[in-house]
Design a protein around this ligand. Structure first.
Ligand code: CA
Length: 221
């Protein structure tokens, strides 16, 4: 027994995976294809994190969502499956190569029409949505892109979110590097500064969870 979060060894993690709701076939195939074909597959969220985010969207009755950093589209697929038929994800990424991998599985799952992929720098896409007057209209945002721009993404997502909307920020523990003050590379410092900022930010109610590589949830007040 422990009153703090358990460290997951392989057997506990396998047990956890075998006792959560199974992924759809499209999600499992996309996860496996990404793992098998891309060296960068560690950028893909874990099955339990995808299930958690999809549950969050269900609890919130989310319809209009944002994703900053789509990679091969596994988390977008998880969220899209959780959204109602008229739901949408504005999915931001720079890579046609990576997102093309996901498209086939978005179609297989019958949710491709919900995923509005924008191949451009995410900061520009978010600014464009603000310029179009879409502030205050999004229910949920997932930030999981280049870490040095996280602060910009956070600020813009906060504008775009409705009151009560939720931002999920990925990789906030960064393999433990954010907790180690001797690590001072650009990405780690950006994450560490944003973590501090969010914890003190009275515009949101937030917490940090040891899910995946660390996931902060911040609800817009
Ligand atoms: Ca990530």
């Amino acid at each position: 027994m422990s009153s703090r979060t358990l460290t997951l060894n392989e057997s506990i993690y396998d047990y956890l995976l075998s006792n959560i709701r199974p992924e759809s076939d499209a999600m499992r195939e996309l996860r496996e294809v990404t793992h098998a074909t891309l060296r960068m597959h560690v950028m893909q969220v874990s099955p339990e994190q995808a299930a958690f985010m999809s549950l969050l969207c269900r609890i919130m009755n989310a319809r209009n969502t944002l994703e900053v950093g789509t990679f091969t589209g596994y988390s977008a697929l998880a969220v899209a499956e959780a959204l109602p038929a008229n739901g949408r994800i504005v999915a931001c990424d720079l890579s046609k190569e990576w997102t093309d991998i996901g498209r086939k599985y978005w179609e297989q799952a019958g949710v491709a029409h919900k995923i509005d992929l924008r191949l451009a720098p995410a900061g520009e896409t978010l600014s464009q949505l603000i310029d179009e007057g879409q502030q205050g209209s999004f229910d949920f945002a997932f930030i999981d892109a280049d870490k040095s721009n996280y602060d910009d993404y956070y600020e813009k997502c906060l504008i775009l979110l409705r009151e009560g909307g939720l931002i999920a920020v990925d990789n906030v523990l960064w393999g433990g590097r954010t907790a180690d003050p001797s690590v001072i590379d650009v990405d780690t410092v950006a994450l560490r500064e944003l973590n501090k900022k969010i914890s003190d930010d009275n515009r949101v109610f937030s917490t940090m969870l040891p899910v995946g590589d660390g996931l902060t949830l911040a609800q817009k007040l």
